[in-house]
Design a protein around this ligand. Structure first.
Ligand code: PEP
Length: 259
């Protein structure tokens, strides 16, 4: 189970009720035979219930794009892990670079979210990645290491099995051009080795997925790399044909049109 590849669709602040209905219905129809890939859709908050309803009894899981680090209380505008569970959403995205940048999320806040979600039985994807300046200044590994150790502070073995790491080099997100495969390989190996040294006894280390301008033409070389267990997709996940193409490539499935 833990070795399954994984494809996340992060729709960000896009789409509306009608386009989401069409997209979810088309995607679930086209991907209904895919069994060897975890397929996860992350709609904006107002549409989560719609998507969980539409994907009940399918092979598709639903994610949120954020979550708060308290269970309940006076936190206007926030959504707790318990609420997500209540509506069938089981995979919050935590620490996306856009939230770190625009909402000033810190590693400490992100760590609290990871701990609260995983101890409440939710799966999470913890996103991290370096800026262009950090890469230019050879600070990539320092930055990744810092985000990893601080984001996973106090995580125990049981929680670990519920975590996926999303490596997203910030400057390639939304740029239309993915990072070079050599660079992706190098950072994924680094993350794997760091996880191995942080959790030497663990049999199920987190899967590591790549995100940043993945599309139907670059998916194959990326997902074939060692220690790349899947992808996180933004723009390309808004197009049913492209998204399904990516999932089918990841699953290496032959797809024949349903009648
Ligand atoms: C993202 O924001 O997580 C992402 C990967 O976006 P894009 O695929 O558009 O680069």
């Amino acid at each position: 189970m833990i070795n399954k590849k994984i494809v996340f669709a992060n729709w960000k602040m896009n789409l509306d009720a009608d386009s989401i209905s069409t997209l979810v219905s088309d995607v679930s129809n086209k991907l209904k035979r895919v069994e060897n890939v975890d397929i996860i859709l992350a709609p904006p908050f107002p549409y989560i219930i719609k998507v969980t309803d539409m994907t009940k009894n399918t092979n598709i899981h639903v994610s949120s794009q954020n979550v708060f680090f308290e269970e309940s209380g006076a936190f206007t505008g926030e959504v707790s892990p318990l609420m997500l569970t209540d509506v069938g959403c089981s995979w919050p995205i935590i620490g996306h670079s856009e939230r770190r940048q625009h909402l000033l999320e810190t590693n400490e806040m992100i760590n609290k979210k990871v701990l609260l979600c995983t101890s409440n039985n939710l799966n999470v994807i913890l996103c991290l990645g370096e800026t262009f300046d950090e890469r230019r200044q050879n600070k990539t590994f320092q930055r990744i290491s810092d985000q990893l150790t601080r984001g996973l502070r106090e995580v125990n073995q049981k929680m670990l099995g519920k975590i996926v790491i999303g490596y997203e080099p910030i400057w390639v997100i939304g740029s239309g051009e993915a990072a070079r495969v050599e660079d992706i390989q190098e950072v994924h190996n680094f993350i794997y080795n760091q996880l191995r040294s942080m959790f030497p006894d663990s049999e199920n280390l987190p899967r590591i997925v790549y995100g940043g301008s993945v599309n139907q033409t670059n998916i194959k070389p990326i997902v074939s790399l060692e220690n790349v267990d899947g992808v996180l997709i933004g723009n390309a996940s808004l197009d049913c044909e492209i998204f399904c193409d990516i999932v089918l490539t990841v699953g290496c499935l032959l797809y024949t049109s349903p009648s």
